[in-house]
Design a protein around this ligand. Structure first.
Ligand code: SF4
Ligand code: SF4
Length: 92
């Protein structure tokens, strides 16, 4: 990947459900360099290893609190786009 996406979790919105860790294909115990990490006893979500992200946008689509912003990820057209936190219908 030519660029590293910038990923932000809006602390004021995040309800610390952990869905981003479960749903992101590049997070959780199954990967060596996870993007999303739950910190300590508080469960606050921290973003690390942004270079692991490949821009699938699952985190943006399914965050129940619209708390995730991904920018600079590659799009199907090869151009960088900004995917702001947005509200979608939750299907899972
Ligand atoms: S899915 Fe959204 S609300 Fe849930 S922990 Fe992740 S950022 Fe926070
Ligand atoms: S865009 Fe996809 S790979 Fe990147 S952090 Fe979000 S869910 Fe993970």
């Amino acid at each position: 990947m030519d660029c590293v996406p910038e990923i932000k979790v809006l602390r004021e919105r995040c309800v610390r459900c952990g869905d981003c860790i479960v749903l992101c294909p590049q997070s959780g115990d199954r990967v060596s360099y996870p993007v999303f990490i739950s910190t300590g006893d508080t469960g606050e979500i921290k973003v690390e290893n942004q270079e692991s992200c490949f821009g699938c946008m699952t985190c943006v689509e399914f965050c129940r609190a619209s708390a995730v912003i991904v920018s600079g990820a590659p799009s199907p057209t090869g151009q960088q786009e900004v995917f702001s936190a947005r509200r979608v219908i939750r299907i899972i």
